[in-house]
Design a protein around this ligand. Sequence first.
Ligand code: ZN
Ligand code: ZN
Length: 253
Amino acid sequence: MEHAPRPAETPALANLTIEIVHDNCPFDGRLRTAWGFAAVVTGPEKAILFDTGSDGTLLLENMASMEIDPRRIDSVVLSHVHADHTGGLVGFLKVNPSVEVFLLESFPARFKETVRAYGTGVVEVELPTTICPCVHSTGRVGRRIHEQTLVVRTVRGLVVLTGCAHPGADRIVEQVRALHEGDIVLVMGGFHLGWATDSRIERVIRTFKRLGVQYVAPTHCTGEKAQNLFLKHFGDRCLAGGVGKTIALADLK
Ligand SMILES: [Zn+2]
Ligand SMILES: [Zn+2]
């Protein structure tokens, strides 16, 4: 007797590596720091550059030091329009224009034209968007400063990558929770708490705990005070960020 086909299972990655290639926070002393954030995500069908930092020369230098070939990147995802996340884009496109750039619909027309002038494809994001089978954008979050966040579905759960988290890291994780089923295994990136009060920081940490976030890797604009509070509450599940840091799925026990 023939069996009916099983419904397609939601794809989840068994391998994922995130490498921070541009950050104002230091980690690997061989690499240069500068204000901003960029990370390379490999393991999904597409190799993704998430944000580009502020400085294209430094971005490419750091990628070379980490033996990451920029020509192997398939897609660039820009979290938001600020220069410390987009300033490295033109330098990158000069080396590899054969990518598609996922940016928010609300980016200025001139910015989009600059990207298209390299012959590069632009994908304008407003609503939740699939980048490749296991990688999604939350779509636009935030009213004043628009931001999109990357969500990667892995066999260990969801990995969330933020740029600056201007709409609030807690609000972003709540949005991820609303959009995707599964545990949230890691939230990493800038949490934008450099000027926040202790009570605001504690509120973000409480939300992360309530939503079951297992690991955090706060960096970029998180701020020293918030970094220390995350370390206090997450212990050895608070991972270092900083330029040159690599986090693999296998590190998340
Ligand atoms: Zn910003
Ligand atoms: Zn930033």
